[in-house]
Design a protein around this ligand. Sequence first.
Ligand code: NAD
Length: 462
Amino acid sequence: MKAQDGVYIDGAWRPAKGPDLIDVVNPADEQVIARVSAGTAEDVDAAVRAARAALPGWAATPPAVRAERLVALRDGLLARKDEIAETVTAELGSPLAFSQAVHASVPIAVAGTFAELAATHAFEEKVGNSTVLHEPVGVVAAITPWNYPLHQIVAKVAPALAAGCTVVLKPAEDTPLTAQLFAEAVHEAGVPAGVFNLVTGLGPVAGQALAEHPDVDLVSFTGSTAVGMRIGALAGGAVKRVALELGGKSANVILPSADLARAVNVGVANVMSNSGQTCSAWTRMLVHTAQYDEAVELARTAAAKYGDRIGPLVNAGQRERVRGYIDQGVAEGARLVAGGGESPHEKGYFVSPTVFADVTEDMTIAQEEIFGPVLSIIRYEDEDDALRIANGTVYGLAGAVWAGDEAEAVAFARRMDTGQVDINGGRFNPLAPFGGYKQSGVGRELGSHGLAEYLQTKSFQF
Ligand code: NAD
């Protein structure tokens, strides 16, 4: 697989300061497909300096011109759509059709939304006797995970550039090749040198150096709650802005009036998609006791259909983690009705689509994020019981409600402690704010709310 040599700083690829390389492994066959530089604290420092030096010029660039560069970036990504999909498939392992339809297409659409927002946002407004300016927050450290490699990057870098910020990106070590393709597209889009910089590397080395760099104004992090807490503490200690998109354990609440078969089938597809490596996946399905057995049977059948269509998990460690949760589910008394820890293939980090019934809310598999293709079906007695269970984790990222009547579903969804809820299978909206309640995070991404994270206000009184 094609890989760039070095890191992208101040508009050019240059050798990293240290000799270390990171192996990029195809999780479907366990072969090393490329090697990329493991950036050091010195590389991070050089990237932050470049971003700082480029900030005044980019911040002063008219929003309409920034919008033009974002249109060019969107077009550049579009031109590379097939290469992006193939690269994501090679380093993340997701089936090519899913890489094309989701991993490549969604971020291209998102880049387009920020091009439009850059052109249309009111960067200056009148409030009574004041003029309020919306100014860029400054140098942004963007730290991203591997699960949606390009989406996570675009969801940070595109609004940052639209706002007039400059960026240093540290992508996940498992998926650096997609990040390199993104950097090439930024370069070709004519974004000035230093406005965007890429340092590949290890989280505890390059990521940590970036998060604690004194010349970074905002750390925007997506990843695990454990690392997010550390980054939040670091940022708090330095009175630095921070945005955290963390884990989830979302509830799919099926009310008795719902179309049960549809709700279960869409719910299973939601969990199995991307091999369960989706922070907003509805990994807890809540079903009324009267419909419980029927729902379990429907879920079992639906999961079986995914058998060999599902991709692997991203790496061996992640597979072992997921297997550990499956073993724990069995040990704590949940009933395995589909899948299990065994791999359906000889090579690769695969885990079969797995469904647990008779899961109770106190079990580990009902409380902790598994990040694999594992669904837990939980029984509830009445609506209040369902609400208590739905809200009964430390997370609050997403969720779903199904009911015969939309208003009934909405009434339930209003009481959920979570950042977004899909009503009767509502579609993804790239302009709707995305982010968590509780330990799922701080801040919002996408659309105008996502843009606002990269702006700060200054008021003039007259
Ligand atoms: P992770 O926290 O291990 O890594 C995320 C990023 O942080 C990577 O780039 C990594 O290199 C870096 N990192 C690791 N240690 C660091 C440190 N000490 N300092 C600075 N950076 C460091 O998470 P992961 O395993 O890559 O991703 C899975 C997690 O991400 C799941 O918990 C998932 O729910 C979460 N996630 C959340 C969202 C969301 O929008 N809320 C989206 C996707 C993934």
